[in-house]
Design a protein around this ligand. Structure first.
Ligand code: PAF
Length: 288
């Protein structure tokens, strides 16, 4: 195991297990922040939250192949492990788990964790049919390796957060799942490792996502309850941007992810939009 300042870097599962066991023997609580690296302020806000709630914090940096479909950006997904470590150390992370694919999956892994309801087929699941199976599988493995008390996920990936909460409930994991707010650039664009794919013209065009989100939030705050009207206004706003192509703009139940017509109870209003070749997501939640 390597050390960066006071932060440990582990590449083997057994190193993580040994360190976490030692912490648990001392009666310390452990928080887990799963990431795919190329960290930004969205990720560090999760680490900050974990540091504030747990005695020790483990972050994983692993670009998980099982959650990328054919033709997606697995090979080109941005990576900068040195910068990730500097950020994690600066935010008080205690241990970074950075396995390679062989360490995580071995040669002949044939077991997946998959939610068989409609939930993972909605929203992003329509264009990314194997995505949430891969997410559940790797997060489940990380839970088994780290055995954290709490795990931290961004609200930006709202469907992922809902899917993980469902998996934790269904598989009786004794882990508290904590969702953390979306972190935005100053001009409103939600932080994402994929923003780096945008050229300057696309970066400007990408602002249409947050503009549509803010418009939707405004309509809700003005009392609009008809989901259809809100979604139409948001779609029209996005279509004003020539570089944007809508994947979906939807309103769904905040727990089940099934479509709703009315803004009642907890509702997730979410969108995915291609800017050029880059697919970006954003959302807001209405608490009932
Ligand atoms: O949100 C992500 O970065 C990934 O989906 C996660 C949760 C780290 C699993 O690979």
């Amino acid at each position: 195991m390597d050390m960066e300042k006071n932060m440990m870097i582990a590449v083997k599962i057994k190193e993580v297990r040994a360190q976490v066991a030692a912490w648990k023997k001392e009666g310390l609580t452990v928080g887990l922040v799963p990431t795919m690296g190329y960290l930004h302020e969205g990720h560090t806000s999760l680490v900050d939250k974990a540091v504030s709630l747990c005695d020790r914090v483990v972050a994983s940096v692993f670009v998980n192949p099982t959650q990328f479909g054919p033709g997606e950006d697995l090979e080109t997904y941005p990576r900068d492990f040195e910068h990730d470590c500097a950020l994690l150390a600066a935010h008080g992370c205690d241990l970074v788990f950075h396995p390679d694919v062989a360490e995580m999956y071995g040669e002949e892994a044939a077991t997946y964790v998959e939610i068989l309801s409609e939930m993972p087929k909605q929203l992003c699941g329509k264009t990314r049919p194997i995505h949430f199976r891969g997410v559940c599988t790797v997060v489940s493995k990380l839970f088994n390796i780290v055995q954290p008390d709490k795990a931290f996920f961004g609200q930006k990936d709202a469907q992922q957060l809902a899917v993980i909460k469902k998996m934790v409930q269904d598989l009786s994991y004794g882990i508290e799942i904590i969702g953390c707010p979306i972190v935005r650039e100053q001009d409103g664009l939600a932080k994402s490792s994929r923003n780096t794919y945008l050229n300057p013209e696309e970066r400007k065009a990408a602002l249409v996502l947050s503009k549509a989100i803010f418009l939707g939030e405004k309509l809700v705050s003005e009392g609009e309850k008809d989901a259809g009207k809100i979604l139409t206004a948001m779609r029209e706003r996005i279509l004003q941007e020539p570089l944007a192509r809508i994947d979906y703009v939807s309103a769904v139940n905040g727990v089940t992810m099934m479509p709703v017509d009315k803004i009642e109870g907890e509702v997730l209003v979410a969108l995915a939009v291609y800017i050029g070749k880059t697919r970006l997501i954003d959302n807001f939640i209405v608490k009932g």
